[in-house]
Design a protein around this ligand. Structure first.
Ligand SMILES: Cc1ncc(COP(=O)(O)O)c(C=O)c1O
Length: 458
């Protein structure tokens, strides 16, 4: 994909200006709406590795969508697949009928998953994939006659989407606090794997911290392991600010779950399909869960789609061995757009490109440069930590004057307006998710632009 776009910036900026009323009409997600609407950062086009802003600038996307457009924006092969599919079969329901592309994509996706994880339930987003995975885990134990297994375990600082299931097992307080009275019952949390004192400026997985997983044993002792259905974790936490698992942590987590008959769910909505230089973090880490959730990269984000991938044992227990009559539904769950043909066609094209372009290998090769660029900030006076895993990276800034997030947001905005670079800030943590096929010179240029901002920011 070309990294320069000649035609991208030739529009008249006035043509794309939005009125205040139009700006106000869109209640933006996970955004400080009032701040944004004072000086909106509006994108009107994208090609390859660049956005086109409404004021006519070419802006480098150092977050590849929202961790999600790894092979670049507007990939022509995906565009073509979508157009072809829309003209051949725009939609058919997946309840009692099925479109060919959904079956083909399920099979292809299962082929990328760890061996034995052969069955795919499609959703429209990561949040839905998570809620689907939690329901599947509960349904599995019920189908086994293990009726007491209704407890779920998440992790402090985990992000599993914005739906009620996801925020219940999630461990990010601002996402949960308004809904405390209505979260799922019988949910427990193991501690975060992160401790700056022991882990600051680690490149990749920290040495310290695998013992923290033993808290799961404590939860099992206190609540009875026979009452726990599943544990869900991001193999490497993403949205909370890149927290790679301590060495040995995931292996031990797998051991404990197996010992107690608890299902292990890896939420790979970010880490799945290339971001950690392999099909899934499960393969990269060689720790195989029972269920994997994925979304974002599945269609390179051109059409919304998510999935929960499960092993044979789970599918057989719920579906093949269903005690109900053959004509009955085995699992009462699904969405109007589960396996949508246009999303599935986009997914098939995306997986083709991954294979043809060797995307996962390219991503793995970029890791060294990415890590070097990130860790060149280790000594920066405003930086208190730098973390990375695969092509996920974070630079954590010192909070300014007790104003949590102010310096982070200002950095995001100045990078956009002054340096033509998009990065994401979550509070004072700057987050980076480069394209899986990023050009080294673009990464070098972007990080030196970020340095200019950090050198001059208050
Ligand atoms: C690990 C993880 N799970 C779930 C989600 C939710 O996905 P979505 O925003 O598509 O609902 C995200 C989104 O970033 C995520 O990072």
């Amino acid at each position: 994909m070309g990294s320069t776009v000649e035609s991208l910036c030739q529009n008249d900026p006035n043509e794309t200006a939005l009125s205040q009323r139009q700006l106000d009409a869109f209640w933006m997600p996970f955004t400080s709406n009032r701040d944004f609407k004072q000086q909106p950062r509006v994108i009107v086009g994208a090609k390859g590795h660049f956005y086109k802003s409404a004021d006519g600038r070419q802006v480098y996307d150092l977050f590849s969508g929202l961790w999600s457009s790894g092979i670049g924006h507007g990939h022509p092969k995906i565009v073509e697949a979508i157009a072809k599919q829309a003209s051949e079969l725009d939609y058919c329901m997946s309840f009692q009928l099925g479109n060919d592309k959904a079956f083909l994509l399920a099979d292809r996706l299962a082929g990328l998953a760890p061996e034995g994880m052969d069955h795919v339930f499609f959703t429209n987003s990561g949040s839905e994939a998570v809620d689907t995975a939690l329901k599947i885990a509960l349904a599995y134990h019920q189908a086994n006659g293990d009726f007491s297994r209704v407890g779920l375990v998440g992790r402090e600082r985990g992000y599993h989407g914005a739906n009620f299931g996801g925020i219940s097992v999630g461990g990010i307080m601002p996402n949960r606090q308004l809904y405390q009275g209505n979260l799922l019952p019988r949910v427990y949390h193991i501690p975060t794997t992160y401790d700056r004192e022991h882990q600051a400026f680690t490149d990749g997985q920290p040495q310290w911290g695998s013992h923290l997983v033993e808290e799961l044993e404590k939860i099992c002792r206190v609540n009875g392991s026979h009452n726990i259905a599943a544990v869900i974790v991001e193999p490497a936490a993403g949205s909370t600010g890149i927290l790679p698992p301590p060495i040995g942590y995931l292996e031990r987590l797998r051991e404990i779950c197996t010992k107690h008959g608890i299902l292990l769910i890896f939420d790979e909505v970010i880490t799945g399909l290339g971001r950690v230089g392999d099909s899934f973090a499960a393969q990269r880490m060689q720790v195989i869960p029972d269920i994997i959730t994925t979304a974002k990269s599945l269609t390179n984000s051109m059409v919304p789609m998510g999935a929960a991938i499960v092993n044979k044992k789970i599918y057989q227990t719920i579906v093949d061995d269903s005690r109900s009559d053959n004509r009955n539904v085995e699992f009462f769950h699904g969405y109007t757009y589960s396996g949508h043909p246009i999303a599935a066609a986009a997914g098939l094209a995306t997986l083709d490109i991954f294979e043809q372009e060797g995307t996962f290998e390219t991503a793995r090769e970029l890791e060294t440069l990415f890590s070097e660029l990130l860790h060149s900030f280790d000594d920066h006076p405003k930086v208190i930590d730098v973390r990375n895993f695969g092509l996920m990276g974070a630079i954590e800034l010192e909070t300014r004057d007790n104003q949590l997030g102010a310096r982070g947001l200002e950095t995001h905005k100045r990078c956009f307006w002054e340096q033509n670079v998009v990065l994401r800030n979550s509070s004072d943590i700057l987050q980076f998710s480069p394209f899986l096929n990023a050009k080294p010179e673009d990464l070098e240029r972007s990080f030196s632009a970020i340095k200019k901002v950090l050198d001059t920011i208050e």
